[in-house]
Write a protein that binds this ligand. Structure first.
Ligand SMILES: O=C1O[C@H](COP(=O)(O)O)[C@@H](O)[C@H](O)[C@H]1O
Length: 260
């Protein structure tokens, strides 16, 4: 697993623009190398701001949107179109504005889907969709995503993996989550092994409320059950993309690259 690199930008707006530019490059490079690319989206403030920044940049036209697979790291288990769903935010910010192949957009099931309000069945359905997309060279039940983006909560959760919850011990690729401490209580989430299948993991955090979670997530002694963000590592690289406020309490000895 990779050692995190920390990049610090002045504020959330600049962080979102820089992450969007980085995403264009990463997707274009993957498409040049393999013909297609795959990205895992996150919900939350910064994750959605990155998608909006990507939509606003002329560089978005460098991406072959028809050759891009879009997955989600987690979802709030609500009806399609609910404003609280991560999918809804992503569609409004970006997906509705680019020429994607609908067959390559893979939202997690909603409560009005084929499994109704059963999050375990919906999670199993998503796991099967991932399994079908995985190729032999991925050596596992999910694809080796090119970029997997994660927001982080003040409690250090990533995706819908909350500290101490059973999902953090689960080795299935996708799980239903009940009783989440952040609303809504019922969610679907990739598990830690699936997050760690990604080539590149990007942890996105802005604001002072995230500084403690960021510090813990970069502390070598933190474990992923109590500090889920500490387990979020990519096979090839891990980036912590932060604004100054979120980077205010970095542990000693962490190297950082700061933009003006
Ligand atoms: O509920 C969720 O929260 C986290 C973090 O969101 P933020 O607004 O505090 O940045 C997000 O990463 C996750 O996808 C989402 O379901």
């Amino acid at each position: 697993m990779s050692t995190p690199t920390v990049l610090i930008h002045r504020d959330q707006e600049l962080l979102a623009k820089a992450a969007a530019a980085r995403l264009v490059t990463r997707i274009v490079d993957a498409q040049a190398a393999r013909g297609s690319a795959s990205v895992v989206l996150t919900g939350g403030g910064v994750g959605t701001a990155v998608l909006a920044a990507l939509n606003a940049t002329p560089a978005r036209d460098a991406i072959d949107w028809r050759k891009l697979d879009i997955w989600w790291g987690d979802e709030r288990f609500l009806p399609t179109g609910d404003p609280e769903r991560n999918e809804t935010g992503a569609r409004e910010a970006l997906l509705d504005h680019v020429d994607l192949d609908p067959a390559r957009v893979h939202p997690m099931p909603a409560t009005n889907g084929p499994d109704g309000a059963d999050p375990e069945a919906a999670a199993a359905r998503y796991a099967e969709e991932l399994r079908r997309a995985a190729r032999p060279e991925d050596h596992g039940p999910v694809p080796s995503f090119d970029v997997l983006m994660l927001g982080v909560g003040p409690d250090a959760h990533v995706a819908s993996l909350f500290p101490g919850m059973p999902a953090l011990y689960d080795e299935r690729p996708v799980v239903g989550v009940r009783g989440a401490p952040k609303p809504p209580p019922t969610r679907i989430s990739l598990t830690m092994p699936s997050l760690r299948a990604a080539r590149d993991v990007w942890v996105l955090a802005a604001g002072a409320s995230k500084s403690k979670a960021v510090r813990l997530g970069l502390s070598p002694e933190a474990g992923p059950v109590q500090v889920p963000v500490a387990g979020a590592r990519g096979r090839r690289s891990t980036l912590f993309l932060l604004d100054r406020a979120a980077a205010a309490e970095l542990p000693p000895g962490i190297e950082r690259i700061a933009s003006p």
